[in-house]
Design a protein around this ligand. Structure first.
Ligand SMILES: [Zn+2]
Length: 237
């Protein structure tokens, strides 16, 4: 009996850590936690009605993903992503995802591709509902599921990591304005090109999709003029 008890406590604790981490990710995406601001674990713990320990642990998970950074004796600062950071993440994703989509278009079976269609529809439904968390989660499953068909698990891991690091912040207004819906529809269109066996069109569509996602970030940035940087002006040319 004394051997079972601690094990159960540990699992409850781990579950709480995940719950807090998910709540914090949601707050980041909704723009409730702001880039550059330092948040202390006890303050957040009070808001979520939990102790500081799972908040600290959850923050360590987010720090590992590059979403926050630890500030000695104070708490955690939400990482600021510059325009250049976003350009670089998008460039690497393009280098990986565009040719891989072409490769998969030539090799995947109809069944494998059709298996992704419900996820493509889920992305549109989430965008329509303004459900950003649902949108990002379904979008992640679609892109990684498609890349997985190329059979390189490290490639999938790498893109998954890039996606975590370039997580969209403060997109609530865009979602409410329906700006995500057009981008969401591109997933089903991509599947259609692949099912038609048109690798070149699939690659071109993925190039367009990634540029589209990047432009949604740029639109979001324009709403916070204090974050304008020289890099931002360069991009505006
Ligand atoms: Zn997408």
């Amino acid at each position: 009996m004394s051997e079972l008890k601690p094990r159960k406590l540990v699992s409850v604790q781990e579950h709480l850590r995940d719950q807090v981490a998910n709540a914090l990710r949601a707050a980041l995406i909704a723009g409730e936690l702001r880039p550059g601001v330092i948040y202390s674990a006890p303050t957040l713990a009070a808001e979520y009605g939990v102790s500081a320990t799972p908040v600290r642990e959850a923050m360590l998970d987010l720090a590992h993903e590059g979403l926050v950074e630890s500030v000695r004796n104070k708490g955690f600062r939400v990482t600021e992503l510059s325009e250049r950071d976003l350009d670089e993440f998008t460039e690497i994703r393009a280098l990986i995802e565009i040719p891989t989509v072409g490769k998969v278009a030539r090799s995947a079976t109809r069944e494998q591709l059709e298996a992704l269609r419900p996820t493509a529809e889920e992305i549109v439904a989430a965008a329509r509902a303004g459900d950003l968390i649902g949108y990002l989660e379904a979008d992640r499953r679609f892109h990684l599921g498609l890349l997985a068909l190329a059979g390189n698990s490290r490639l999938v891991e790498t893109v998954g990591d890039l996606r975590k690091r370039s997580r969209l912040y403060g997109l609530t207004e865009l979602a409410e304005a329906g700006a995500l819906v057009a981008s969401a529809r591109e997933h089903a269109e991509l599947l259609d090109f692949m099912l038609a066996g048109d690798a070149a069109a699939a690659e071109e569509h993925m190039r367009h999709h990634l540029a589209h996602v990047r432009s949604l970030w740029a639109a979001r940035k324009q709403e916070t003029p204090e974050q304008k940087s020289p890099a931002r002006k360069l991009n505006a040319r």
